[in-house]
Design a binder for this molecule. Structure first.
Ligand SMILES: Cc1cc2nc3c(=O)[nH]c(=O)nc-3n(C[C@H](O)[C@H](O)[C@H](O)COP(=O)(O)O)c2cc1C
Length: 194
């Protein structure tokens, strides 16, 4: 693949917050997305991830409530006021939510030298792979973390010893997805800040 083709794919992936609810995601596409995720780099190839596919309306509703609660937590703690207007109707619209769960014990050797995030890093690479794979399948995605894990764990029965790296919304976009721009990169030579 040429760099420019890859760049086109990267630019096509945009965070989507409005989904066409009637358009289900096929079992084949779910498998393709998850298998792409599993190809991500990960410490010692321990593959710390597992996945929960969420399609049940009542589960999505419960997750939405966790999102609404998180919004209130931010507002109660004096966080930015715009959060109050952050509309999460997409919880009901989206046909599929994938929870990406990792086992912190499978983070490689980082525990020996103050790097405790190996499994989260692997889970993040996994999610990025999944988002790009979904894009090639004509699907849009949103990586969502706006929740207190303590509220989401019981809804999807994730044990306390595992971490939820994100909820990945997957579906057909309803309308155009806005482009988000990037600033020029900050790059230093040899020493940070130089
Ligand atoms: C770790 C992580 C957590 C995120 N959590 C949320 C979230 O909770 N809600 C949301 O609407 N977007 C969330 N996003 C999406 C970002 O807002 C989005 O990637 C960013 O604004 C850039 O836009 P783009 O993805 O369209 O390029 C998250 C992204 C990442 C990487």
């Amino acid at each position: 693949m040429e760099y420019n083709d890859f760049l086109t794919l990267l630019k096509e992936r945009r965070s989507c917050r409005s989904f066409a609810s009637a358009e289900k995601v096929s079992a084949e596409d779910i498998e393709k997305i998850i298998r792409a995720g599993q190809l991500a780099p990960n410490p010692l190839n321990l593959q710390p991830w597992s996945f929960v596919t969420i399609t049940a309306a009542e589960t999505k509703k419960a997750l939405r409530q966790a999102g609404e609660k998180a919004k209130q937590m931010v507002l109660d703690a004096g966080g930015p006021g715009w959060v109050g207007g952050f509309n999460i109707d997409f919880f009901e619209e989206v046909p599929l939510i994938l929870a990406i769960v990792v086992d912190p014990k499978k983070g490689g050797l980082g525990d020996f030298f103050n790097q405790l995030t190996g499994s989260i890093q692997a889970g993040s690479a996994c999610i990025q792979n999944m988002m790009l794979a979904a894009t090639t399948l004509g699907l849009s995605t949103l990586w969502f973390t706006f929740f207190d894990p303590a509220d989401v764990r019981p809804i999807i029965a994730v044990p306390d010893n595992l971490e939820i790296v994100g909820l990945l919304f997957v579906g057909k976009a309803a309308g155009d997805v806005p482009t988000s721009r990037r600033r020029d990169p900050v790059v230093y030579s040899d020493s940070f800040g130089v």
